[in-house]
Design a protein around this ligand. Structure first.
Ligand code: TRP
Ligand code: SF4
Length: 404
């Protein structure tokens, strides 16, 4: 069985929502392309996750997954060094999700911000599904199944990685303890004296059954206050609170890289629903047309009106696409009404076209050979599945489910 170094292993997934755009390119894909030189990377189409909110459109998934993975390849993700796969082809991920669901307090999922937000929005109009409530746990299963220590995601996903850490600690606590650990911990509790031991036990069970992190913090402080404990008992009591026995499933950490956030053509977040995007691998005339019609500082009505780049989405594009000299020129020319907005946009048009050229060419190769794309995914999925199978063998053994 392969041994895994979680610190070298990167995992990330993306819901297949179809063709990607420049926001994805600058915010995610460029970072993936960089990471693949430094880490052992696994990237996947999270197609089960797509079902957690769009189950009625399941027919879109196949096309969207392939289009999305072609975009990854076109952006420079290298299938020779990086493992690309599709979530739904690895049934062991569902098995781990199920096993983890048995030990995860429901309250942990109910307090995940994305769930709370949606609940607010839906109110009584529609009921959200069990799959939607549980999807952050499915995401935990993704990370834990790969024993990935490093998970590159956006800030909106950090709560999900925290959940995965809590679940892994709980799992390790329940199934990773060394022989005799529990008896020794119970003995140590007795040594605390009646009052303190009662309080410790009560706080511990509040944390373990409801995931109440304040109870955990109070209990940790309580243990640290006891100065008549041996070092070993102290460690046992702290470990017994959260379970720091043997690590079976290592804790994942979010990897927040400093990526450039390219907004949409109108300055809002770039997204399909805002109709403000430039698609990845767009043709030169499409790029030109989109940039030329971009809104600018509304105060610049006539050529002679001075503008303010801070109020103009074009400036945001200059921050991503232009060097310092051009940026300085933009500031100066805009504020002095020295040039027109079309002139200001030209360097961006040129830069986007130049950036997209190799991406478009690579995409064409893959588009004209979709069987090659399928075989890249099949090969990646086989490799990924091997890793997950190894983890599940360990998990089943730890839980005592390897008896037949
Ligand atoms: N939930 C993530 C999203 O919506 C996608 C995702 C699924 C993911 N599983 C993951 C990201 C595991 C990182 C690791 O963007
Ligand atoms: Fe925007 Fe450039 Fe026009 Fe100024 S000159 S308003 S920065 S497009």
């Amino acid at each position: 069985m392969s041994s895994v170094d979680p610190q070298r292993r990167v995992l990330s997934g993306m819901r297949p929502t179809g063709r990607l755009h420049l926001g994805h390119y600058h915010g995610v894909l460029k970072n993936w392309v960089k990471l693949q030189h430094e880490y052992d990377c696994f990237f996947f189409a999270a197609d089960w996750h797509a079902l957690s909110s769009r189950y009625e459109n399941s027919n879109d998934i196949a096309g969207h997954s392939l289009d999305m993975i072609i975009d990854w390849l076109a952006a420079g993700v290298n299938p020779g060094t990086t493992t690309l796969f599709v979530q739904s082809r690895i049934p062991e991920l569902a098995e781990l999700h199920l096993l983890l669901s048995m030990i995860t307090p429901q309250a942990w999922l109910e307090r995940v911000p994305s769930y709370k937000d949606l609940k607010e929005k839906l109110r009584d109009s529609e009921n959200s599904t069990l799959g939607f409530l549980a999807y952050p746990l499915l995401q935990s299963a993704d990370m834990l199944a790969f024993r990935a220590g490093q998970v590159p995601v956006g800030a909106d996903q950090v709560a999900h990685i925290e959940l995965a850490r809590e679940v892994s600690r709980r799992f390790n606590h329940l199934y990773g303890r060394e022989a005799g650990f529990e008896a020794n911990a119970e003995l140590a509790i007795k040594k605390l004296g009646k009052k303190v031991s009662g309080l410790y036990s009560q706080l511990r069970s509040t944390y373990l059954s409801h995931g109440d992190v304040e109870a955990l913090a109070t209990a940790q402080a309580l243990v640290k206050e006891q100065n008549n404990l041996t070092l070993a008992d102290r460690e046992r009591l702290l470990g017994y609170l959260e379970g720091t026995g043997k690590t079976i499933l290592p804790e994942p950490m979010e990897m927040l890289s400093d990526v450039s956030r390219l907004p949409g053509l109108d300055g809002q977040k770039m997204s399909k629903s805002h109709d403000n995007l430039i698609p990845l691998r767009a043709e030169p005339d499409e790029i030109e047309k989109k940039v030329r019609t971009m809104p600018t500082d509304p105060a610049r009505i006539r050529l002679t009106d001075a503008g303010n780049p801070d109020k103009c989405p074009v400036w945001q594009f200059h921050l991503t696409y232009s060097d310092e000299t051009t940026q300085e020129r933009v500031q100066q020319q805009c504020r002095s009404a020295g040039w027109g907005c079309l002139e200001c946009k030209q360097p961006i048009i040129d830069a986007v076209i130049a950036e997209q050229q190799p991406i478009r060419e690579r995409a064409q190769q893959y588009e004209s050979n979709r069987d090659l794309v399928r075989s890249i995914i099949a090969e990646g999925t086989d490799k990924a599945r091997e890793e997950v199978r190894d983890t599940l063998e360990i998990v089943r053994e730890a839980m005592g489910l390897d008896y037949l």
